[in-house]
Ligand binder design. Structure first.
Ligand SMILES: Cc1cc2nc3c(=O)[nH]c(=O)nc-3n(C[C@H](O)[C@H](O)[C@H](O)COP(=O)(O)OP(=O)(O)OC[C@H]3O[C@@H](n4cnc5c(N)ncnc54)[C@H](O)[C@@H]3O)c2cc1C
Length: 484
């Protein structure tokens, strides 16, 4: 067999989801040669299949609507989120990274809108974002299309899997890769300035999830692209990268937020039991509290037709019936109760009230449209995962840090390959905008060859203690106690 195809560039970017697209874009803009490696046949990663909610801090869209936002407001929201999750997941948040995101995200909004991405409205989430800052993209494929001109100026190997990093004297100098359909075509990619890990998370790799999660949680279904197998995490780990928050794969009810906008959820009693659009963790807790953990999203025919694709992606198949009474019989809930629940919801939508009096819900159907046109559809609520939060510790240049706090020369990371920002992901809209925003920082830094060039092993990353510096309070050991 012939040897690997050798390609040389200044920057090599692995993965082309939001983080990779932004890294490619920034590196190309800096005027350097870029090679991107993508397992799939197109750019966009999970973002183009997602709901498309993006959180921006201090965006032009906020200013146009008179909404006042700031880095400090965002940091306060982020702190509240981390405090709520800390005990459950042992979460560690990198506040410097949260601040960097807050400062740079308005620029992301500007760049996207200049490139034709349109946002239709803010999605209110007052329990998470204390001001309106999470915007819904009109069409998620716009996010991919916005970066096509950058990819025309780079070399992209589609259908290709990165499988090893190449190092020389402790510096990452390249990548080995092979074609995804067979291992016949191998590549050796030399990176003169830097490699950016942007391969997304490890949520579609059950083996890797089992290392960090109890088995029954690791087996929970996943909705999303199946190439997020933690390759970047393993590649970086193999050269000493320090991972954080790896156990944090937040459980959620698998449903598109776009479906949630229109749906109500009912339990076996045919009654609503929570704020359907509330924090992800709260939704899971409320589902667990229902008898048999059984509940269904209910929508009418207008919504079922409009969101057929999103409903079809849910883990359990939908059931449909001409009337609410027949639907109730199909799913085994009392017909009068289901009718009364839908009537009460519709009566609320007919008013001007902005907050649902029963569960405090503020995310309402577009145009306050009622659940009124048969046939009616019910889809079982199933717990699973969409994304994970663990990844590398990084410097403010998004350079990967090793377990002793030293930046690894030549290696950068962004998006779901980074662990410090994602613990605040329950705010909503953080993963995509975080990838786009910090991916831009990573691409810029890699193009500059901006790594700390001090000797490998020097502690370069101020404020982030080496694992060796940590201490736990010891209970005094009394040798006499062991003699008996
Ligand atoms: C259904 C769904 C809805 C979501 N909704 C939202 C939302 O509304 N807002 C939000 O902020 N987040 C949302 N998310 C999460 C969000 O889409 C991801 O967290 C985000 O896209 C991560 O960006 P990324 O660039 O790090 O990785 P990804 O978007 O996951 O992209 C990673 C890319 O790397 C490629 N890749 C992986 N391994 C290799 C390899 N070895 N070699 C080459 N290429 C490789 C993959 O094919 C992929 O293209 C949603 C996720 C899902 C599944």
């Amino acid at each position: 067999m012939a040897g690997p195809v050798h390609i040389e560039a200044d920057v090599v970017v692995l993965g082309t989801g939001p983080a990779g697209m932004a890294a490619v874009s920034a590196a190309v803009a800096a005027g350097v040669e870029v090679v991107a490696v993508e397992a799939m046949p197109h750019i966009g990663g999970n973002a183009v299949w997602s709901t498309g909610y993006l959180a921006f801090v201090g965006s032009d869209m906020q200013a146009e609507q008179g909404i006042v936002d700031s880095e400090e407001t965002f940091v306060a929201d982020a702190r509240a989120m981390v405090e709520a999750a800390e005990d459950q997941f042992g979460v560690e948040c990198d506040e410097d990274l949260v601040r960097l995101f807050a400062r740079e995200s308005a620029e992301t909004y500007r760049l996207l809108t200049e490139r034709g991405v349109r946002f239709s409205r803010f999605i209110p989430r007052p329990k998470q974002h204390t001001v309106d800052r999470m915007a819904a993209v009109e069409d998620t494929w716009m996010l991919g299309r916005a970066f096509v001109p950058d990819f025309e100026r780079a070399t992209t190997l589609y259908g290709t899997l990165a499988d090893r990093l190449v190092t020389e004297d402790g510096r990452v100098t390249g990548v080995r890769a092979h074609s995804a359909d067979s291992a016949d075509t191998e590549y050796l990619l030399t990176a003169r300035r830097g490699v950016v890990l942007a391969t997304g998370g490890y949520q579609s790799n059950p083996e890797l999830r089992r290392r960090y999660q109890p088995g029954f949680v690791a087996r929970a279904p996943y909705l999303g692209i199946d190439t997020c197998r933690g390759t970047g995490h393993l590649l970086g780990q193999a050269v000493g990268g320090d991972l954080m928050n790896m156990t944090f794969v937040p459980p959620l009810v698998i449903v598109s937020s776009s479906v949630v906008e229109d749906a109500i959820a009912v339990n076996e009693a045919g009654e609503r039991f929570h704020d359907e659009a509330g924090p992800y963790e709260e939704r899971v807790e409320r589902l667990h509290a229902q008898p048999g953990r059984r509940a269904w999203y209910v929508v009418d025919d207008v919504v079922a037709r409009e969101k057929e694709g999103l409903i079809g992606q849910m883990p359990e198949p939908p059931v449909q019936a001409a009337t609410l009474a027949e639907l109730a019989a199909l799913i085994g809930v009392p017909a009068e109760a289901l009718q009364a629940t839908v009537d009460r919801w519709n009566a609320f939508l007919d008013t001007d009230a902005t907050v649902d009096p029963d569960h405090g819900r503020v995310v309402l159907p577009p145009g306050r449209r009622r659940c009124a046109t048969g046939p009616f559809t019910a889809v079982p609520m199933v717990e699973g995962v969409n994304f994970c939060c663990g990844g590398f510790r990084v410097t403010r240049d998004m350079q990967v840090v090793d377990v002793f706090g030293a930046a690894i020369p030549g290696l950068f990371a962004a998006g779901d390959c980074v662990g410090g920002l994602n613990p605040v992901s329950d705010l909503g809209g953080i993963h995509i905008c975080g990838g786009l925003t910090l991916g831009r920082v990573a691409g810029r830094a890699a193009a500059r060859g901006a790594d700390d060039r001090s000797d490998h092993g020097t502690v370069l990353h101020a404020g982030m203690p080496s694992m060796l510096d940590t201490r736990i309070e010891l209970v005094h050991l009394d040798p006499s106690a062991t003699r008996a």
